[in-house]
Design a protein around this ligand. Structure first.
Ligand SMILES: *[C@@H]1O[C@H](CO)[C@@H](O)[C@H](O)[C@H]1NC(C)=O
Ligand SMILES: *[C@@H]1O[C@H](CO)[C@@H](O)[C@H](O)[C@H]1NC(C)=O
Ligand SMILES: *[C@@H]1O[C@H](CO)[C@@H](O)[C@H](O)[C@H]1NC(C)=O
Ligand SMILES: *[C@@H]1O[C@H](CO)[C@@H](O)[C@H](O)[C@H]1NC(C)=O
Ligand SMILES: *[C@@H]1O[C@H](CO)[C@@H](O)[C@H](O)[C@H]1NC(C)=O
Ligand SMILES: *[C@@H]1O[C@H](CO)[C@@H](O)[C@H](O)[C@H]1NC(C)=O
Ligand SMILES: *[C@@H]1O[C@H](CO)[C@@H](O)[C@H](O)[C@H]1NC(C)=O
Ligand SMILES: *[C@@H]1O[C@H](CO)[C@@H](O)[C@H](O)[C@H]1NC(C)=O
Ligand SMILES: *[C@@H]1O[C@H](CO)[C@@H](O)[C@H](O)[C@H]1NC(C)=O
Ligand SMILES: *[C@@H]1O[C@H](CO)[C@@H](O)[C@H](O)[C@H]1NC(C)=O
Length: 438
């Protein structure tokens, strides 16, 4: 049963912390006959998460949002928001099961502000909503063994919690991503998204973790090799991957998740466009890793065929045997136009000759400890056959081989490379034979 607050506590609530609520409620469900008002909340069974109305800390607008936050923590930490772009400007809001069985947020005039919007026809008294200790909010069908009709874990917002999954949803074909808040005090939809890069079927690409700003990539992790993302600088990767897993069925479905016994541990896409891994200590949220972590992590900073090294100044240089496309820009520390070959490839020069002879006479330059470029294509070639497979195809510009991944091939410009000190793998860049000696 949901207990109603008296007016005095209500006033207190408007000004004081979320902890006040803990004393008042223990209910973890909403049913048709038990909606919740602005002053009421749900608490998950073991008291980890709370669901209800909130106003972001430090927000000057007194807008009311419905969301999920950590209950045991004295710092407001919201992990999911329902009506993020349709807040209520007073405390008249209600969360209830509507006549069609969906969970809805409405205001005093009974305007629909948000809905789980499940299209299967359901009767109002046939569904209920439950807040789980994982932070997942579920809409379930009690006629059908509690079939899950909708869950917040399948509609992620800014936080990635233990046991949640990002990536392609096999049922809907949707790619589940994180989205940032607009600002630290404004939960409305921000400009950043993060998730696994879309698969371009039938070309098999390796899924990577990306951050986009207005759909333009600004950071990438490098491909997953079964244990780590191989494009993360040095120390970060180990910290990052506690309990982390990425599954790629090579059929167009790939997903990532992580398990951690501590539910006070999550990844968040912040309004500044960076992913933070945080865990709770008695002194507050402790940041484990942040992506991007260096200036060199900015996507494509040194342009095509440019290599970024965060330990050097200037950070950008061209791949050996390549020169800046525009020296004027390069000397002004504007690197994004990148580099071009000094000597064109033999196979390019022969491409008008119908001998199908491929690139005999081209070879490879070995670059060590590299963050490999974006858009690696998967080949089934083994370690010995990988270089030949690249050489035999004139559009192949580089290859790399990693035991956990196999043979990776690139065609076209090589973009977003970095040179690391400890991590990274060997990358072999195709150059004309004449460039190999010296
Ligand atoms: C709210 O503002 C105070 C004072 O500026 C600051 O210390 C605190 O970190 C802010 N809280 C959040 C959640 O932004
Ligand atoms: C709240 O919003 C409604 C329209 O959505 C508007 O009519 C009303 O004046 C607003 N109230 C306040 C206090 O801003
Ligand atoms: C519900 O979904 C339908 C289509 O699936 C969409 O057109 C509609 O805008 C959605 N309504 C809400 C309130 O999200
Ligand atoms: C659900 O509602 C229908 C019609 O409103 C009613 O006949 C039925 O008894 C209700 N079932 C339960 C479990 O309350
Ligand atoms: C979804 O998963 C099933 C079983 O795991 C598989 O057979 C099917 O091909 C997958 N569908 C897509 C679109 O990947
Ligand atoms: C988000 O992007 C749009 C379009 O580029 C821009 O107008 C807006 O100012 C950006 N908002 C923030 C908060 O950066
Ligand atoms: C859970 O997170 C903590 C850090 O908060 C870490 O020390 C621990 O190794 C993690 N556990 C697992 C199983 O990954
Ligand atoms: C090099 O860049 C400068 C500044 O953007 C531009 O004015 C100039 O035309 C460029 N030169 C070439 C050869 O593209
Ligand atoms: C190939 O032939 C086309 C037209 O015949 C010509 O424009 C192009 O420059 C040639 N390419 C090379 C690399 O010689
Ligand atoms: C060469 O590589 C391109 C780009 O990956 C690919 O589309 C093409 O099919 C390949 N050609 C051969 C003969 O393998």
């Amino acid at each position: 049963m949901v207990v109603l607050l008296n007016t005095r506590i209500l006033i207190l609530l408007a000004t004081s912390s979320f902890l006040t609520l803990k004393l008042c409620f223990g209910e973890d469900r909403i049913t048709f006959s038990t909606p919740i008002k602005d002053s009421e909340t749900l608490l998950s069974k073991s008291g980890v998460f709370r669901f209800g109305f909130f106003t972001p800390v430090n927000s000057t607008a007194r807008l009311r949002y419905v969301g999920i936050w950590y209950d045991k923590i004295p710092v407001q930490t919201v992990v999911w928001v329902a009506n993020k772009d349709t807040p209520i400007n007073d405390t008249s809001g209600v969360v209830s099961i509507s006549d069609d069985g969906n969970l809805v947020v409405t205001d005093v005039r009974n305007h629909l502000l948000w809905s789980t919007n499940v299209t299967v026809p359901v009767a109002p008294n046939a569904t209920w909503v439950q807040l789980m200790d994982s932070g997942n909010l579920r809409l379930q069908d009690n006629r059908n063994n509690g079939e899950i009709l909708w869950e917040s874990f399948k509609h992620p917002y800014n936080s990635f919690l233990p046991r949640m999954t990002l990536g392609t949803n096999n049922r809907t074909g949707e790619n589940l991503k994180l989205t940032s808040w607009r600002s630290y005090t404004d939960p409305s939809t921000g400009n950043y998204t993060a998730g696994l890069a879309s698969f371009t079927f039938p070309k098999l690409m390796f899924p990577e973790l990306l951050i986009w700003k207005n759909n333009v990539p600004i950071w990438r992790s490098g491909p997953w090799n079964g244990q780590v993302f191989i494009g993360l600088p040095d120390v970060d990767s180990l910290l990052f991957l506690d309990g982390f897993n990425l599954v790629n069925d090579n059929q167009g479905t790939f997903s990532m998740s992580f398990a951690n016994d501590s539910f006070m541990y999550h990844f968040n896409l912040d309004p500044d466009g960076a992913i933070y891994q945080r865990d709770w200590s008695t002194r507050g949220w402790r940041i484990g890793v942040r992506f991007p972590s260096t200036d060199c992590d900015a996507f494509g900073r040194c342009g095509p065929y440019g290599i970024c090294n965060s330990r050097e100044d200037p950070p950008c240089k061209c791949v050996k045997r390549f020169v800046p496309r525009n020296n004027t820009e390069w000397n002004r520390r504007s690197w994004t136009s990148g580099c071009v070959r000094k000597a064109s490839l033999r196979c390019e020069r022969q491409s008008n000759v119908s001998n199908g002879g491929g690139g005999k006479g081209d070879g490879f330059l070995k670059l060590q400890k590299m963050k490999v470029p974006i858009n690696a294509e998967q080949s089934l070639a083994n370690a010995q056959a990988c270089p030949k497979q690249c050489l035999d195809n004139c559009s192949c510009t580089a290859y790399a081989y990693d035991r956990g991944i196999g043979c990776m091939l690139w065609s076209g410009d090589l973009v977003d490379m970095q040179s690391f000190l400890g991590s990274g793998i060997d990358l072999y860049v195709r150059v004309a034979h004449s460039e190999l000696s010296e």
